[in-house]
Design a protein around this ligand. Structure first.
Ligand SMILES: NC(=O)c1ccc[n+]([C@@H]2O[C@H](COP(=O)([O-])OP(=O)(O)OC[C@H]3O[C@@H](n4cnc5c(N)ncnc54)[C@H](OP(=O)(O)O)[C@@H]3O)[C@@H](O)[C@H]2O)c1
Length: 309
């Protein structure tokens, strides 16, 4: 990983943003970070990032990355009255918007930025913070090809894979489809793991077999510790995954595509949120599944790998 020479800004030091910005800083990039809750950004100073107190300090960077929660948050941090572009004068030449947001919201943002002469790359990602640390994050990107080419050296400092899928907001629909699949697979894995357990098979033994089968995947492997040992420290929360299922169902309505599995999973996430699992990991699918199956889960306390470390 070699340091490229643009001045970079980073807005949003949450679970994902922290790990992504950390890779830029550790790779030697000139990166200034800002987070609404300043304490979360402060530790990045130790790996060479500059920590801004005010978001407008980032306006003088060449390229600003954004990784916040929803489309409303994206609007607020970029275009809001106290956002990145709220002062006359300096503006970045490019914004790389990485949050998982709607096609429409992304198009609106692109138009607003284009009116100010700022290029935008839509660059949502696949992978959680641990995947980022393991150097396995993937970006899916859309926008002008030249914008993608200019951003690529920095994307490559964060993760090895960056796919360019075309103009406009095409990357958003790819990411939405990806996360609909994520929800459906995670819920299905919870269902069959509870079925196997209720029929007498320990979860670690069942998942060891699944992970080595043709259906095993990077995802099934890295969710295995949570499903076996019930560690629900959040990598990705039910409210954020519900947002993505909502985006998927909305896109299904727009394009008249039925999505029966996505509908059920959306409501399962709604049940998790309704039960208060808002700060936990979405692996809590397995708790709900067990409750609905009349069994109580206990951690198996068996060391199982996650395929990443
Ligand atoms: N976690 C995953 O596995 C994963 C994977 C792929 C994509 N994503 C997507 O990546 C995005 C971030 O996810 P995450 O898991 O990193 O979420 P997170 O840990 O909840 O972090 C959200 C970040 O956004 C900031 N933020 C939210 N609303 C804001 C606002 N109105 N103004 C300023 N800052 C605001 C938060 O600031 P504070 O710290 O002040 O709250 C925090 O830095 C989401 O769109 C998510 O769907 C997540």
């Amino acid at each position: 990983m070699s340091a490229a020479n643009a001045r970079l800004g980073w807005i949003g030091i949450g679970r994902m943003g922290y790990a992504m910005a950390e890779r830029l800083a550790k790779g030697g990039a000139d990166v200034t970070v800002w987070n609404r809750t300043a304490a979360k950004a402060a530790p990045l100073a130790a790996v060479g990032a500059k920590v801004a107190q005010d978001i407008v300090e980032l306006a003088s960077c060449d390229v600003v990355f954004v990784m916040v929660s929803t489309v409303d948050d994206v609007r607020e941090v970029i275009l809001g009255p106290r956002g990145l572009l709220s002062r006359e004068g300096a503006k970045p030449r490019m914004i790389v918007e990485c949050s998982s947001i709607s096609v429409e919201g992304s198009a609106e943002l692109r138009a607003a930025l284009s009116a100010r002469g700022i290029d935008m790359l839509a660059a949502p990602v696949s992978g959680n913070a641990k995947v980022i640390k393991a150097g396995r994050l993937s970006f899916v990107c859309s926008g002008p090809r030249t914008t993608f080419d200019a951003a690529l050296p920095y994307l490559k400092m964060i993760g090895p894979a960056a796919s360019y899928v075309g103009e406009g907001e095409l990357a958003r629909i790819v990411k939405i489809c990806h996360n609909v699949f994520l929800g459906v697979v995670a819920q299905s894995l919870a269902e069959i793991t509870v079925l196997a357990q209720k029929a007498g098979v320990p979860r670690h033994a069942f998942l060891e077999f699944m992970n080595q089968s043709v259906l095993g995947s990077t995802f099934s492997r890295y969710k295995t510790p949570a499903y076996v040992n019930l560690d629900f420290k959040a990598t990705f929360t039910p409210p954020l995954l519900r947002k993505d299922l909502d985006l998927g169902l909305e896109a299904g309505r727009t394009h008249e595509v039925p999505m029966p599995l996505a509908s059920v999973v959306r409501d399962t996430l709604q049940a998790l949120v309704g039960r208060g699992h808002v700060e936990d990991d979405f692996a809590t699918f397995i708790l709900l599944q067990a409750q609905n199956s009349g069994i109580t889960l206990a951690p198996e306390n068996v060391p199982v790998g996650d395929g990443l470390s």
